[in-house]
Design a protein around this ligand. Sequence first.
Ligand code: X8Z
Ligand code: ZN
Length: 596
Amino acid sequence: MLCKLIGILLVSMTPALASAQDPTREEAAAFIERAEAELLEVWQDSARASWVQATYITEDTELLAAKASEKSTALAVQLAQEAARFRELDLPYDLDRKLRLLRLALTVPAPNNPEDTRELALIETSMESAYGRGKYCPDQETCWDLQVMSKMLVESQDEEHLRTVWKGWRTVSPPMRDDFTRYVELGNKGARELGFDDLGAMWRSQYDMPPDAFAAELDRLWEQVKPLYDSLHAYVRFRLRETYGPEIVPADGPIPAHLLGNMWAQQWGNIYPLVAPADADPGYDLTEQLVAKRTDAEEMVRYGERFFLSLGFEPLPETFWARSLFVQPRDRDVVCHASAWSVDAGDDLRIKMCINITGEDFSTIHHELGHNFYQRAYMDQPTLYRGSANDGFHEAIGDTLALSVTPAYLKQLGLIEQEPEPSKDIGLLLHMALDKIAFLPFGLLVDQWRWRVFSGEVSSAQYNQAWWELREHYQGVVAPVERSEADFDPGAKYHVPASVPYSRYFLAHILQFQFHRALCNEVGYEGPLNRCTIYGSEVAGARLNAMLEMGLSRPWPEALEAMTGETEMDATAILDYFAPLKAWLDEKNEGHPTGW
Ligand code: X8Z
Ligand code: ZN
């Protein structure tokens, strides 16, 4: 499943393979072959248990999922430790790579003993369920879930109500705090047994480069885009000041986090109407158009599928339509956070998403389908290569297609009647920047926080304070109400209780523009990048597929090269895309402070 990668595992080792003496190349090959053959079946059990748990949260499904996870983790850890035996051998490329991948296969390795493995599995499952079930009850008759509260943050401009909702959702996470502390201890112990400094170092080791080089790479990319973020932040702050007044929004300080139209202030596209340019609004709203056309959840997904088909991909299997969850059930708790699954590591593809009929979810559907089409493209690879080039690639594919949802494309679909003229591009770019540029510092800081926690630099007594220091430092946002260590605000963001690494989304936001630029070049497009659509281009589809079908078989720079001809992640594409907006923002910001 993507977002949450389930560990790769193997049923018990045969005595011959576990023997301690003089391993040979042949033994290594037999070990991997057997691993790959047996892994699949046990992985499927675990994925099925997780699917049922995530789409039907009860004590029973939680326990069943925990048991499956316990079993798979125990075996994956055992396997990773076994793989170390062969590391000194001079091996052919694929054997060597697969042995390395085995060591990195788990997101959170348990220590190699049954008690710790069981405890970790129970904690992980219970934190994710607690998040999925989370509700805030302002009075005895009313309870709000995250879906309801997220909508309130979009629709209301009553500052006090926004504050209530923002604070309300954060009552869900303090009960997770002790579990999370224990999870950090156990995950670190497991990572150290595999030879990593701590779990953060293990997460940073997934990128075909040393962990420190990866951290430096993120810093490099962030420095490239930070001036653009600063300009956007300054503009949004002074426009919000006009709406909410100087008592609420400071002239030169951080922006209160409840005013940005999103529970975590991570994407700001929902406040576009509040900050839209008077003279350059594109004149349509995708949400309104979808509602006016009476689009239902399945039809939203069909739009996404048709985009992939137009590039030459095969239709999704019938089972996708029969087994996916598109609509939030009324009669039970589910984990609404969107995810895409390949339950059998093959063609049993599904998405799980509580779809709302909005432009935002229209994009998210493309995001999820990007995972499914990637999973399908690499399903003929050996089991250990069924993954993306790096996790940022997996997160970037669907978003790349969504960048092609241009006015020309929407007109072709009949969703708008006419394309706005070029003078309206500032409105389109601003809307896009509110989602994509605003996201960048958030995409960085979630793991900056976890890395500090895993390394011990931040202790459990400092969780919340460290979180808000990073929020202020990177994003320039502050909590709208007093916070303390009685709170556990990181736990109110899905990926923390669900244990999904987050740097991948930062990478994806850089990569998707790089992919978009490369594919637009491929189809011979020469105009502004924000008006380029690759819809209908089998040439672009073939380029994309060349990368997707490689899976995890080669280091990511080679996969990147297969599609873009480039071997480095590069923020110049996102800067090119938004260059006209940057000039416009800087003009509008004259006389207003920048920074916080
Ligand atoms: O979690 C997701 C996807 C599933 S992998 C819906 N995203 C991040 C988030 O929601 O925080 C996509 C953008 C960032
Ligand atoms: Zn995703």
